[in-house]
Design a protein around this ligand. Structure first.
Ligand SMILES: Cc1ncc(COP(=O)(O)O)c(C=O)c1O
Length: 441
């Protein structure tokens, strides 16, 4: 290959060994959860503003998903934009090792102040999966530091999803989750049904008692198991689970990466059950969906187990971009919006509108459930709902919808108007009717 002097030669377009074009016109960009040989090319986004995604071809879509549940104030909110711009002029990022800064310190203090109980010790990372890895490591080391070396296993729940890194994968649903392929390669964990009712809680507690010398922690998504199927459980089930952990002296981790920051109707889902986990993980809406940031927050007794003259008892973890100042500035602005604007009241209204708007799906042939919690609306079908059916039909109606598994769902930005939410609900109903008619043949 030759090229102009000093310039890098141009590579030929990539092809697979079968000769098929690779990546459907995207030879370099490897897309998530995507079979690159067969997938339709993704939609090209030109910009996003408020609750709308504008495509390069000029189409405008109402976002029913809020970019994987992150954009709780919509896109490009001026308060967040200004905060990030200002921070960029001061300092985009410095390593947190040996150095610290006001945006990270004050954000840690703010999170400690709004989280329940003595969840006061905040460790930042840059993604939800890493926050889960850190939580698992913290739980294991908590016991190691106390001289209990065998406590390395975790208990998690079917339909649970905690991320795509290796330890996080090990606590996801091994059968139905997207990590079934790695069965046998992951750390062995106890993945059980989420206990509901006295008998199930007694069985759960018996497991905790039997395994208490092996188990470091139970990990659960409080009230809503998100990416594993948008399954809901009642606050009393969460409270019973927490009480059993406490009685048996086993730590429990609340993974609020999806539920945190208002999505279920309270700032944190745990509040609805009146429980305080030993460790909580946060991400997604922490920065209003603007920048990558996550936090693993520990209660005082966890943090204190790491305090010692011996450096080996410290938490040996430190993501390069932890506490990124731009992301912290975005998080401050997002928290300001939660303080200043009636976000949680709006989530309650959105819940009522979703109940009304999705109700016509109930009773359709092929629909097994319609459920709403906070600003999460779910239509569950009796068979997997291919995106190939729903997404293009929703696009025709100007709505961005992306079903997975057997559910069609919406998790809109909290700033959405009644009319825009109405459009989402009408779209879900109309396309589900089409699906149902097709399924009936
Ligand atoms: C409950 C929960 N935990 C962890 C994660 C992983 O977060 P990330 O994709 O930022 O790694 C997700 C992502 O959807 C999640 O919903």
């Amino acid at each position: 290959m030759t090229g102009p002097a000093g310039a890098r030669p141009t590579k030929p377009a990539a092809v697979t060994t079968t000769g098929a074009p690779q990546g459907q016109g995207l030879p370099q960009l490897w897309m998530p959860y995507t079979q690159m040989q067969t997938a339709a090319p993704p939609l090209q986004v030109a910009r996003a503003e408020g609750v709308r995604i504008v495509l390069e071809d000029g189409r405008e879509l109402i976002d029913a998903i809020a970019s994987w549940w992150t954009a709780c104030h919509g896109y490009g909110h001026p308060v967040i934009r200004e905060a990030v711009q200002h921070q960029l002029e001061v300092m985009p990022h410095v390593m947190l090792g040996g150095l610290s800064h006001e945006p990270a310190q004050r954000l840690a203090a703010r999170l400690a102040a709004i989280l329940p109980g003595d969840l006061d010790h905040v460790f930042f990372a840059e993604s939800g999966s890493v926050a889960v890895e850190v939580a698992m490591k913290m739980a294991m080391q908590y016991y190691i530091n106390r001289g209990e070396r065998g406590r390395t296993r975790f208990i998690s729940f079917r339909h649970g999803y905690h991320g795509d890194t290796l330890a996080a994968m090990s606590v996801c649903d091994p059968e139905e989750g997207m990590h079934a392929l790695f069965h046998g390669a992951l750390l062995p964990q106890h993945v059980i049904d989420l206990p509901r009712g006295a008998e199930a809680v007694a069985a759960f507690e018996a497991l905790l008692e039997r395994e208490r010398t092996n188990v470091a922690a139970v990990i659960v998504e409080p009230l809503v198991q998100g990416a594993g199927g948008m399954k809901f459980h009642a606050p009393k089930d969460l409270a019973a689970l927490a009480a059993a952990c406490q009685r048996q002296g086993v730590l429990w981790i609340a993974d609020e990466i999806m539920t945190g920051f208002g999505r279920t109707g309270s700032l944190f889902a745990c509040e609805q059950a009146g429980v305080v986990p030993d460790i909580i993980t946060l991400s997604k809406a922490l920065t209003g969906g603007t920048l990558a940031l996550s936090a693993t927050v520990a209660r005082r007794h966890i943090f204190e187990a790491f305090l010692d003259a011996d450096p080996e008892r410290a938490l040996m973890h430190g993501p390069t971009f932890m506490g990124n100042a731009l992301a912290c500035a975005a998080a401050h602005a997002s928290l300001d919006l939660f303080e200043r604007e009636p976000r949680l009241a709006r989530v309650a209204e959105l819940g009522r509108l979703l109940c009304q708007g999705l109700e016509p799906c109930r009773g359709l042939s092929g629909v097994v459930d319609v459920r709403v919690r906070g600003a999460i609306g779910v239509v569950q079908l009796e068979a997997p709902a291919p995106s190939a059916f729903f997404t293009p039909r929703a696009l025709e109606r100007g709505v961005w919808l992306r079903p997975f598994g057997d559910i069609v769902y919406t998790t809109p930005p909290f700033t959405i108007s009644d009319a825009e939410l109405g459009r989402i609900c009408e779209t879900i109903v109309a396309v589900t009717v089409q699906w149902s008619e097709q399924a009936r043949g």
